[in-house]
Design a protein around this ligand. Structure first.
Ligand SMILES: Cc1cc2nc3c(=O)[nH]c(=O)nc-3n(C[C@H](O)[C@H](O)[C@H](O)COP(=O)(O)OP(=O)(O)OC[C@H]3O[C@@H](n4cnc5c(N)ncnc54)[C@H](O)[C@@H]3O)c2cc1C
Length: 465
């Protein structure tokens, strides 16, 4: 354990409005719990910040004390990038305030807010913006790496809806980043992760979205994987912008709509979501039922905020996780046969594949408008996720993730990955995820805002020399 002298910690306690915790303090053990139970680290100091000034004080303290800094938003990083052994953890989980301006259609969101905090608040006004699949994910980490979810086809990535941010930089300054204020920093934080400072507030553009959406969930046994992927490919070729389809290779949940004999069985599902006309949605539903009758389905309108919580339980805090990601230009026959062959080999019922379709509004944004590493041509982002409740279970499926990822490489679009879908951040993988030109531009901006690489527990961009 690092030696942090108590008089120094006492001075930090007096300086901040939030809480300063060390081992033995009430609340310390709870504050070091992160989503991935496979990671168990004990920071020397945890600063539960109440505002941007606290963040600035915590950075200054850590630098003076030579403590490595980790920044915690929603704590979902499978790599455990939000927590550090012996160092100082800047914990933003007290900063979850969301303010919605329904007239200007803007939301200002605290740096520690979850997607649920933000989306519940915006939906109260019939408004929404892009988030992810699980509502307890942090807005911060998800947005800084890009952010993809149900609404990506309609509204682009989370970063495509970012209007401005408040950023505390490595030297403790509190800066605004937007198209007109520190535009280089604004460009970099839209995809470049937590490399450039601690974001204490995000301002998002909002869009009208009806509170009720259409859901069609169709489930097939795992031996039908190739047929389901081909069907999805056909459906996407003419899919209206108001609809999306998530392809999810999951085990059937023990829900009332699932016939008893299919519960917990491995399989593959299409989740067809409709954010516009019910007729367009109904047409796809009929087509799926006619072309490839599923084992069971659930077709129902449901509140959008409920859709956003559908995968919460299966991805709860407390499981052990590991993931990798890959971009596929298309569901080619080669990629389909790899997935169909490898999918039945996963062992944990919680391990899963999620295919996010990226096109429409996603592809309307220029390649260089943001620092996001994935190209903007239409594609799929595939998350390959191992999730288990034991060390042995995770070890087996970690190997499954790696084998499937390797086997998909000949069919992948480029060699990059989505930085938010990776548990390991080898330097060469980070560089290839951005490509040389973007990486060099990010490195130059890093040299301006964080020349000493204070924020390096992330998909790290090394400052240009
Ligand atoms: C169950 C699950 C579901 C997911 N679903 C999706 C999805 O649908 N779409 C998607 O795009 N991604 C998804 N992801 C990936 C997710 O986007 C990343 O794990 C993301 O990093 C999580 O952000 P966080 O704030 O919760 O994580 P944290 O672990 O708190 O942080 C992740 C990284 O961001 C940095 N960071 C956090 N907060 C700040 C801040 N305020 N300022 C600066 N840096 C900060 C951290 O230092 C760390 O490097 C999912 C992950 C999980 C585990």
């Amino acid at each position: 354990m690092a030696q942090v002298l108590s008089p120094d910690v006492e001075s930090l306690r007096t300086a901040v409005a939030g809480q300063v915790l060390q081992a033995g303090d009430p609340g310390y053990e709870e504050a070091r719990v992160i989503w991935n139970a496979d990671i168990d680290r004990r920071p020397a100091v945890i600063v539960r910040c109440a505002n941007a000034a606290d963040v600035s004080a915590a950075i200054g303290f850590a630098r003076r004390q030579n403590l490595e800094i980790a920044v915690r938003g929603g704590a979902h990083s499978t790599a455990g990038a939000c927590i550090v052994e012996d160092g100082l953890m800047i914990d933003l989980s007290l900063m979850r305030e969301v303010t919605v301006d329904p007239v200007a259609r803007r939301a200002v969101v605290g740096g520690g807010a979850t997607l649920g905090d933000r989306d519940d608040a915006t939906q109260a006004h019939g408004l929404a913006t892009t988030g992810g699949l699980v509502s307890h994910t942090g807005v911060a980490g998800l947005t800084l790496g890009g952010g993809m979810g149900w609404l990506t086809r309609k509204f682009g990535l989370a970063i495509d809806n970012l209007v401005s941010a408040e950023v505390v930089t490595a030297d403790g300054r509190i800066l605004r980043a937007s198209a007109s204020d520190n535009p280089d920093l604004f460009w970099a934080i839209r995809g470049g992760g937590g490399n450039f400072g601690v974001v204490t507030a995000f301002e998002f553009k909002l869009h009208p979205l009806e509170p009720m959406v259409q859901l069609g969930l169709f489930f097939w046994s795992v031996d039908r994987t190739a047929e389901v992927l081909r069907l999805a490919r056909d459906l996407f070729s003419t899919l209206p912008a108001e609809l999306n389809i998530m392809i999810a290779a999951i085990n059937a949940p023990p829900e009332p709509f699932v016939p008893e004999q299919h519960r917990f069985q491995p399989g593959i599902a299409l989740l067809v979501t409709g954010f516009g006309s019910a007729e367009e949605h109904a047409a796809i539903v009929s087509r799926i039922r006619a072309e490839l009758p599923p084992l069971f389905d659930l077709v129902t309108p449901l509140p959008y905020v409920q859709l956003l919580k559908m995968f919460d339980e299966g991805n709860a805090f407390g499981f052990r996780g590991y993931d990798k990601s890959v971009y596929l230009g298309d569901l080619s026959e080669g990629a389909i046969s790899v997935v169909a062959e490898q999918l039945p080999r996963k062992q944990s019922p919680l391990s899963a594949l999620f295919f996010y379709r990226l096109d429409g509004a996603y592809s309307a944004v220029g390649e260089d408008e943001t620092a996001f590493g994935g190209g903007r041509s239409p594609r799929y982002a595939l998350f390959i996720i191992a999730l288990a409740d034991s060390v042995e279970g995770l070890a087996a499926d970690r190997q499954w993730v790696r084998t499937l990822w390797d086997a998909l490489q000949p069919h992948a679009l480029g060699i990059g990955s989505y930085v938010n879908g990776e548990s390991e951040f080898a330097d060469d993988r980070v560089r290839s995820s951005y490509g040389p030109a973007k990486y060099e531009r990010l490195a130059r901006i890093k040299a301006v805002y964080d020349p000493d690489n204070v924020f390096h527990l992330n998909a790290n961009i090394h400052p240009a020399t």
